[in-house]
Design a protein around this ligand. Structure first.
Ligand code: SF4
Length: 326
């Protein structure tokens, strides 16, 4: 195995998504169970120092971009401290975060000063009632305030919008128009089988074809050149760019260049992986960086060709989205 993180299909890992906590203050239907959420014990959660060390090892193996996720990453206190540690890693080209936006009115400026590069903010409806239905929280205005605070702090902002049939698929054109007004790019995301209540079904997925048909109500839709390794495919309509992440109907696994680190120190070499590789154990029992690197290489080498969602034998992973970090 060479110096980099390469899998059996020749894909090279350049991106690491780090879940810093499984905790969240929202209960989004496509992610969290409606009740009886079992949080990871604090003792099992990686410390900032442990996260920074594993990120340094990964960057040493060719990782160039790190995205911080959760649960809700800002539900963990003092995240600006971790951001500062990660931003200082030599060779790390991009440090970003995915958040539900709730804590941004207080946190945006400090995160920007600490070295965070960009933000993806989740917003699944432009209607307060639907927002409350989808997230099981009445915090619509607060999230809009968070988006404004992020823009005021100078962050490039993208919006993640998960579409669910029968709830918000009629808001595609509204979101595109709203994105134009706010100066943010909206990415529509197909509902994935990672929900805590395990009620995902193909019928509830609003597919890329349907999203494009909706967008075409605004005019001719054209495809826009974009980084093939990015999960979002880019389009433009009426002068506005938007994205679609179509994991279910248009899988992009052949271009996959990312792995995930869970809050309790497991490597997931695929979002839908059924197995994980433990890093926290070796880390806490004194393994040196070379030994940790070898564990990472092994985890990546064993990565499958792609998710099996469109196959009869697909099995939803044990971990739900909130404990993986998307
Ligand atoms: S489903 Fe797995 S292999 Fe496919 S793009 Fe996502 S993480 Fe990569």
């Amino acid at each position: 195995m060479g110096p980099e993180l390469v899998d059996r299909f020749g894909r090279v890992v350049r991106k690491l998504r780090i879940s810093v906590t499984d905790r969240c203050n929202f209960r989004c239907q496509y992610c969290m169970p409606s009740e009886n959420v079992r949080w990871l014990p604090r003792s099992e959660i990686l410390t900032f120092e442990e996260i920074a060390r594993l990120a340094r090892v990964a960057v040493g193996l060719g990782v160039q971009r790190v995205r911080l996720t959760g649960g809700e990453p800002l539900a963990r206190p003092e995240m600006e401290v971790l951001v500062e540690q990660l931003a200082a890693i030599e060779g790390l080209r991009d440090l970003s975060m995915t958040t539900n936006g709730y804590f941004l009115p207080e946190k945006a400026e400090a995160l920007r000063r600490a070295g965070l590069g960009s933000l993806n903010i989740s917003l699944d409806s432009l209607r307060r009632d639907r927002f409350a239905e989808l997230t099981r929280r009445d915090t619509f205005e607060r999230v809009l305030e968070g988006i404004r605070a992020a823009l005021a702090a100078g962050f490039p902002v993208k919006i993640n919008t998960v579409l669910m049939r029968g709830i918000n698929e009629d808001e595609v054109t509204d979101f595109i128009e709203w994105g134009r007004q706010m100066g943010v790019r909206v990415r529509f995301i197909e509902f994935m089988p990672l929900d805590g209540d395990r009620r995902w079904s193909r019928e509830r997925v609003v597919t890329a074809d349907e999203i494009l048909a909706e967008a075409a109500k605004l005019g001719p839709v054209e495809s826009v050149e974009a980084d093939p390794h990015q999960p979002a495919r880019a389009y433009r309509v009426a002068g506005v760019e938007f994205g679609i992440i179509a994991s279910v109907s248009r899988p992009f696994c052949h271009q996959c260049d990312r792995i995930r680190l869970t809050a309790d120190g497991k490597i997931r070499n695929c979002l839908f992986a059924l197995e994980e590789t433990d890093l926290r154990g070796p880390l806490r029992s004194g393994a040196d960086d070379e030994a940790l690197a070898a564990v990472m290489r092994g985890a990546v080498w064993s990565k499958w060709e792609g998710h099996l969602i469109n196959r009869q034998d697909f099995r939803q992973p044990e971990r739900a989205m909130y404990a993986i970090g998307g």
